[in-house]
Design a protein around this ligand. Structure first.
Ligand SMILES: [Zn+2]
Ligand SMILES: [Zn+2]
Length: 366
């Protein structure tokens, strides 16, 4: 089998001799992507570490076992030698700038004139979980899953918290950012956050994006019974200890105007894409980008410009009860007893009994 590649671009730098690249890793190179492939660079600027795959066009022939630069003898696949059966090089570089079809990168060890075969964002997951410091981090997380998170809360590192919360939420948006800000402040004021055992409760008054920032940072979730949802339609929440001491944080009435100042494009795009549901791909992309920018710039705003804080006493519900389970005699599935009914002597789940259940959706509780 023969495989052919078409170069997508070319390397331009000062490296003119083989081997030189190795010792000149700090050098800045330009990668000119050919115009017919330039469209493929869309949103590459969101990555700082990228992999460049290129062809060792100057290297001739190869040996399967060969001395490497240290003088040691190694198999070609245990080395980064340019003399390889397929002559493919791969280097992770730092992306410094993109100017139309020209990338400025640092750390590329390919020679001037090298054909570029591919460009892709680096995947550092392997390194994240395999370095020694990651090992220490993992140990710490195994003893307390919130240990790192709490450090970020204590140091008010809302940017890190937003990035982490977005893993769960799926996108960056100002609502999530505000949830993260409010929750960070509340946890620090109360000096308490959830360990998943209902010692701390969050009472959210909205089920919008804001609520996910609250869940992530406070650790109060539906699953651990520490999140209470009051369908009030207000961007507000209360964090309370079991002793009833609580802190309510709500947005100020003019928070939209405050946000609009830092990212004036957002509201127009929000109207078009979300309110009027114009799902034009380009417009959607612009909205996503504006939303991302606005979410991070929101974090920079003075807290008191956006939020109001009240200290209050909260009536805390008793700990969540544990109910026994029964088996629905129609579908045979296990169901907690308080969600079963007896009809004509038969124990049934609410679905089999065709009864309405409370449902929380984007429309609130219905
Ligand atoms: Zn959102
Ligand atoms: Zn059933």
């Amino acid at each position: 089998m023969k495989i052919e590649f078409t170069p997508i671009g070319i390397v331009k730098n000062e490296i003119t001799q083989p081997r030189e690249g190795f010792t000149r890793k700090h050098l800045t190179s330009e990668i000119e992507v050919y115009p017919s492939f330039a469209e493929g660079l869309l949103r590459l600027e969101e990555h700082t570490a990228i992999d460049i795959l290129f062809h060792f066009s100057q290297s001739k022939g190869y040996k399967l076992v060969t001395p490497i630069y240290t003088g040691e003898i190694k198999g070609v696949f245990a080395s980064r030698s340019p003399h390889r059966p397929n002559g493919i090089g791969v280097t992770t570089v730092k992306l410094m700038a993109i100017n139309n079809n020209r990338l400025t990168v640092s750390g590329l060890d390919a020679m001037n004139g090298t054909p570029v075969l591919d460009i892709k964002p680096s995947d550092n997951t392997f390194f994240e979980t395999n370095t020694q410091s990651a090992g220490i981090t993992q140990q710490r997380l195994k003893s307390n899953p919130r240990s790192i998170l709490i450090r970020h809360i204590k140091s008010e590192d809302t940017e890190q918290l937003l990035m982490d919360a977005a893993r769960m939420h799926g996108h960056f948006c100002p609502g999530l950012a505000m949830g993260v800000m409010a929750a960070t402040r509340a946890v620090n004021e109360l000096n308490n956050s959830s360990d998943g055992l209902e010692d701390v409760l969050a009472i959210t008054e909205t089920n919008s994006c804001f609520a996910d920032g609250i869940q992530y940072v406070t650790g109060c979730t539906f699953g651990n019974n520490a999140l209470i949802y009051r369908d009030l339609g207000k961007t507000a929440f209360t964090l309370a200890s079991r002793n009833g001491k609580g802190i309510r944080i709500s947005v100020k009435n003019d928070f939209r105007q405050v946000l609009e100042k830092v990212n004036p494009d957002y509201q127009r795009l929000f109207e078009a894409v979300i309110v009027k549901q114009n799902h034009d791909e380009k417009l959607k992309q612009q909205f996503k980008e504006a939303s991302r920018q606005r979410s991070f710039s929101t974090l920079e705003l003075p807290f008191d410009d956006l939020f109001k804080i009240e200290h209050k006493t909260v009536e805390i519900p008793p700990l969540a009860p544990i109910h026994e389970s029964v088996t629905c005699q129609k579908c045979g599935e296990s169901v907690i007893s308080t969600r079963s009914v007896t009809i004509e002597g038969q124990t049934l789940c609410l679905d089999c009994a065709h009864q309405k259940t409370g449902t929380l959706s984007g429309h609130g509780i219905g």
